[in-house]
Ligand binder design. Structure first.
Ligand SMILES: [Zn+2]
Length: 415
């Protein structure tokens, strides 16, 4: 702004009476262009004074576009740029901007631009024509407004460009079209990309969970990922910064993290529940590893629910004391209040049901929960009934029992 003001000042100073009188070259005034009282030339009483005009040999020029005079215009109008032109309604173009609340609203901005070369020569141009590279006019001729090289510093020419130049009008339409399509701001774009990235990781995790749920080996993770990618599913690239996320190790990590989060969520619910119950059973894996599987019963939002709580490695020791100790460690770790426990369900094994040394009895003693109720599992009991029903006496007077032949055959057929 300073430079513009200086120019304006300079032009006013330069066109003082003394200077005009001293100048040898004629001053050209475009009366048609500067017909308003706001014009710097007209506003100067010195210039419209007939005496002055006569004295200084000024030429009153009407058509500024004459080639013979254009050179002179260039020479003398360099001082004639006025920053107030930038406030003329014709120098405004319409655009859309996002306001502080993120809504798109119309805004008017000035397209007039001033360019000054190293010799101080000022030319003007149009921001819109430049932005949309309207290098040529509709008639095929060069559009100097697009390169800020228009040299006639005259308001009427500026207004003419803003109102009638076809290429300018075209640029104005392009501006409105491109801006009115709601362009997301940087923050939104960033969050969208972040979400896309998140989505690709989430898809990898879903794949790992699917494999786990379907009892597929974890090394089928990679081919399943490849297939999904071929089907257009957005997945994290096979390698990110030299790290591969599509192998059995990665799948296991995904599952472990997922399990940890699920466990945390469950613990929160258990701690909010007024009462708790536990379903426990021992199991032996194919590799003969003893473990104990635990399910929790709780109340969530007035609804009774059952969820997988954990799998405890018994380290080969399946005694009641060891089970109680291991369970205690897990409950302590999660900050579960055992006083809330009022129910336990197990199979019929004496390890759990033993009156004095069973798990239930030991838990009652350890946590002071005499009100703990023990239910043996109906499915286990029913299986026992079925198992006993399939037996018969050997019949040799020894009271030994054996599995009935047809049941044995049936069981062997089942494998
Ligand atoms: Zn333009």
């Amino acid at each position: 702004m300073n430079s513009i003001d200086n120019d304006e000042m300079k032009s006013t100073v330069l066109i003082s009476t003394d200077q005009i009188q001293q100048q040898q070259e004629p001053i050209i005034i475009d009366l048609e262009n500067e017909s308003t009282s706001t014009s710097p030339f007209i506003s100067s009483s010195i210039l419209v004074n007939d005496n002055c005009i006569k004295k200084t040999n000024q030429i009153i020029h009407v058509a500024s576009s004459e080639p013979s005079s254009s050179k002179q215009i260039n020479n003398h109008r360099t001082m004639g740029y006025l920053s107030r032109w930038e406030k003329e309604p014709e120098t405004y173009y319409r655009t859309m901007i996002l306001n502080s609340s993120g809504e798109l609203q119309e805004s008017r901005q000035c397209w007039l631009r001033k360019k000054q070369d190293e010799n101080g020569k000022i030319t003007i141009g149009c921001f819109l024509c430049n932005k949309y590279q309207m290098i040529k006019n509709a008639n095929g001729k060069i559009n100097p407004w697009a390169t800020y090289d228009y040299s006639v510093l005259a308001l009427n020419k500026i207004k003419e460009h803003g109102l009638y130049n076809e290429k300018h009008i075209e640029a104005q339409e392009l501006e409105l079209n491109s801006k009115s399509k709601i362009q997301p701001d940087w923050k939104t774009t960033q969050s969208m990309i972040y979400t896309k990235h998140q989505q690709s990781i989430q898809n990898l995790m879903f794949t790992a969970i699917f494999i786990c749920q379907q009892y597929h080996p974890l090394n089928s993770f990679e081919p399943l990922c490849d297939l999904q990618e071929k089907n257009g599913v957005n997945l994290l690239p096979a390698e990110v910064s030299g790290i591969n996320y599509r192998n059995d190790c990665a799948a296991l990590c995904f599952l472990q993290y997922t399990a940890r989060i699920l466990h945390q969520e469950l613990v929160e619910k258990l701690n909010q529940s007024p009462i708790l119950g536990w379903l426990i059973d021992e199991s032996t894996s194919r590799t003969c590893e003893k473990s104990c599987i635990v399910y929790a019963r709780y109340v969530d939002n007035y609804e009774q629910k059952t969820d997988f709580y954990g799998l405890i490695n018994m380290n080969g020791d399946g005694t009641a004391q060891h089970i109680v100790d291991k369970l205690g460690e897990l409950w302590d770790e999660d900050g579960i209040k055992m006083k809330k426990t009022c129910w336990l369900a197990t199979d019929n094994a004496s390890t759990f049901t033993g009156i004095h040394n069973g798990v239930a009895a030991k838990l009652k003693k350890k946590y002071g929960i005499d009100y703990l109720e023990l239910n043996t599992c109906a499915a286990h009991s029913f299986a026992l009934v079925g198992s006993h029903a399939g037996k018969e006496l050997v019949g040799d007077g020894t009271n030994r029992v054996r599995t009935r032949e047809d049941v044995a055959q049936f069981e062997s057929n089942l494998g």
